[in-house]
Design a binder for this molecule. Structure first.
Ligand code: FES
Ligand SMILES: [Fe+2]
Length: 429
């Protein structure tokens, strides 16, 4: 972020703190239909058009560090194996033997010279080519070259490995758009995986994710944690193409001790991170299911995966800057605490997830009407609006659609607040 951008952002923080209504060109947001969280038709549309067509964070290079290393990945409901090939490329395939569909790997992870199906012994290279089988003379006209493992799109952003099931999707970099540039300062090619945990929640995945996509809730449910750390009235939301969003809220001194407690210990700071990442809470939502507050201390994405229409899985990651040669430092996970009964969600995420099951029950009740969102919650609306475009508006039953009311003028780099703010400054000056 250059000096001019930082200056504008600081001014926008003051604009947000001083306004007495939403910015005048910001649209009225119609209610989000409750059926989007409860209707099996919408769940199926998400499966076909969102989970199947978008870039999903699947793995970290530390999980498949050397040629031959593989890992199973089934979080999006499809059987996928991710493999580190001799060339250094990371490949992803359906974990489905081209003979009769048995898996080519059954362990969660490991290292192998070949991927060999245990059913009848067909064997594949790390690039997915079929190179061996028993009794080939008993197959008539079998063309090895068309019987390799079926590939899944797989691209990297630094050390992160993303998957996309859609052969026609844009590249990962195109998908991220300007965010790919904004993230250069975090040195994703040097981040190491310090911790990852899974928690099952009893609510639709979007209910859980939306708790991390606005700051309106902060004073109510985080009075002793997040509210101490950030000034929610000075929060600046930015909406990006492809449904992505960003929030930047200035830090409060009162929260510095807490920030220390939540920070992994013994880490190297990411010294290229600018003043905003060092002093504010800067969090990105990457469509469809990634939310991450990035700072000079850590890169800790939260990922939300549906397991059914009314249950989901929260995956917490903590990544820190490369610790260099030598043993890994003793790391404290950003999101979790270790207790006698195992790893549990830390205070902030316990607060964020506490109402999920209740909200799900409410949304399934006869009395639920819809979700009215405020300007502070604009990123949630923007996400839903883009979700409908991803699904194809005509594919959605009319009662489950959201109206497309946030126009291009609100999508980065456009921002009508800048002109409003300057008008205000000129009037005041
Ligand atoms: S199913 Fe894999 S070799 Fe037969
Ligand atoms: Fe929260």
């Amino acid at each position: 972020m250059n000096q001019q951008e930082i200056h504008t952002l600081r001014q926008l923080m003051e604009y947000e703190a001083g306004r007495t209504a939403p910015p005048k060109s910001f649209p009225t947001l119609p209610d989000i239909p409750g059926g989007r969280y409860t209707d099996p038709r919408f769940f199926e549309l998400e499966k076909q058009h969102i989970w199947r067509k978008t870039w999903l964070l699947a793995a970290h290079i530390d999980e498949v560090p050397e040629p031959g290393c593989f890992m199973l990945w089934e979080k999006a409901g499809q059987p996928v194996v991710i493999v580190h090939a001799e060339s250094g490329t990371i490949n992803a395939f359906y974990n489905t033997c081209s003979h009769r569909g048995a898996p080519v790997v059954t362990e969660p992870s490991g290292k192998r010279a070949r991927l060999t199906c245990k059913y009848h012994g067909w064997s594949y290279t790390h690039d997915g080519e079929l190179v061996g089988m028993r009794d080939p003379e008993d197959f008539r006209d079998l063309d090895f070259s068309c019987r390799g493992l079926k590939r899944v799109r797989c691209e990297r952003f630094g050390n992160l490995i993303f998957i996309n099931f859609d052969p026609h999707a844009p590249t990962l970099i195109e998908w991220l758009g300007p965010i790919a540039n904004e993230w250069q300062e975090f040195q994703f090619d040097k981040c190491r995986l310090a911790g990852r945990h899974i928690f099952d929640l009893k609510c639709n995945w979007k209910i859980a994710m939306e708790a991390n996509t606005e700051v309106y809730h902060v004073p109510s449910i985080h009075p002793k944690t997040v509210a101490q750390m950030l000034d929610h009235r000075r929060n600046v939301n930015t909406l990006y193409a492809n449904g992505h969003g960003r929030m930047i809220a200035p830090g409060r001194d009162a929260g510095s001790q807490l920030r220390e407690t939540m920070t992994p210990k013994n880490i190297r700071l990411i010294d290229t991170v600018g003043v905003i990442g060092r002093t504010c809470t800067q969090s990105y939502g990457i469509f469809p299911n990634w939310v991450s507050p990035l700072s000079d201390r850590s890169i800790p994405p939260l990922l939300f995966w549906p397991t059914s229409i009314n249950t989901c899985r929260l995956e917490t990651w903590t990544m820190v800057h490369d610790w260099g040669d030598g043993p890994a430092p003793e790391l404290t996970d950003m999101w979790t605490v270790e207790t006698d009964s195992g790893v549990e969600l830390g205070a902030v995420l316990q607060e964020d997830t506490q109402f999920g099951e209740w909200i799900q029950k409410s949304m399934e009740s006869y009395g639920f009407q819809g979700v009215p969102l405020s300007y502070q919650e604009a990123r949630i609306y923007h996400w839903n609006q883009f979700a409908d475009r991803m699904i194809g508006i005509d594919n959605i039953p009319p009662e489950l659609r959201v109206a497309q009311v946030i126009g291009e003028e609100w999508i980065y780099p456009n921002d009508p607040r800048i002109a409003l703010m300057r008008e205000g400054l000129a009037a005041a000056g």
